[in-house]
Write a protein of this length. Structure first.
Length: 272
């Protein structure tokens, strides 16, 4: 069971939001983050014309569709991502993991995939190595339906690709014309390699089968140690023997019990 974060000195109305975020998503919004919570949900409150945090809380818990809850998590977390973010992991993928998988089907899971840049970056690497929809599968999951919808659309603005060489843009994307100028869509042969679905990492895992690699990066910074332990325990059961778990470079598993072998910063491997 998750142990709840300390809540000393937090205002009662903010504590309701904190408890809801923790029980539903495992978000550890400790005391001291009052300004952050107020600022981020304030935007949603103005959008919904809600006068108080208590009104907002009642709005969220009374919405049976779950959209308000999803909107809350979007507001309280940072969905920043980019193509080939934290390049060391993609170097490992291209130089070590993918070559070792030749002749076999490779499965890679991007947990907390946000708007899709990470799973598509993985698919780009697989495509370059000659893998197809028959020999490779990339699963992208997130708790937010909003970002999953954007990821599934696979359409990005010119500014989203500004760090990508022109030749890579041409290789991976179809450029929009006319009214769609300035927009780029992932090419079908790559797009069809990637599948998206919802997954709350503090709940039983819905993803099926085992994976050669799990990307779970810049997620556990939102969890307390007990929740991190639960999440890592679940994730390692989804790795093939010798499979890799990749976390964010600002994260560590030092305080978490696991059976994985440390390879390098933010890189762990299951026992062969």
């Amino acid at each position: 069971m998750m142990s709840e974060p300390a809540r000393k000195s937090m205002a009662p109305e903010l504590e309701m939001i904190q408890k809801l975020a923790f029980s539903t998503f495992g978000l550890d919004l400790r005391s001291g983050k009052e300004e952050l919570i107020t600022a981020r949900i304030g935007k949603v409150m103005r959008k919904q014309n809600l006068g108080s945090i208590k009104d907002y809380y009642n709005y969220v818990i009374s919405d049976r569709s779950g959209n308000a809850l999803s909107e809350m998590i979007d507001a309280l977390t940072t969905n920043f991502t980019s193509f080939f973010r934290e390049t060391a992991h993609f170097d490992l993928l291209k130089k070590t993991i993918i070559p070792a998988a030749r002749g076999n089907k490779i499965r890679i899971w991007s947990a907390a995939c946000s708007t899709g840049e990470e799973p598509y970056s993985i698919a780009f690497c697989l495509h370059d190595a000659g893998f197809t929809t028959e020999s490779a599968e990339v699963i992208g999951t997130d708790i937010s339906q909003k970002v999953l919808s954007e990821a599934s659309a696979a359409i990005y603005k010119d500014e989203d690709l500004k760090q990508m060489p022109v030749e890579d843009r041409r290789r991976y994307f179809l450029a929009g014309v006319g009214a769609k100028a300035g927009y780029f869509k992932v090419k079908p042969q790559i797009l069809h390699m990637v599948h998206f679905g919802p997954q709350n990492l503090i709940e039983p895992l819905k993803v099926q089968g085992l994976f050669d690699v799990i990307f779970c990066r810049n997620v556990m910074i939102y969890f307390n140690k007990a929740t991190q332990q639960e999440v890592v325990s679940r994730l390692q059961t989804k790795l093939k023997p010798g499979g890799y778990l990749l976390i964010g470079h600002s994260e560590s598993l030092n305080a978490v019990q696991h059976s994985l072998k440390y390879i390098s910063p933010a890189t762990y491997r299951s026992v062969l």
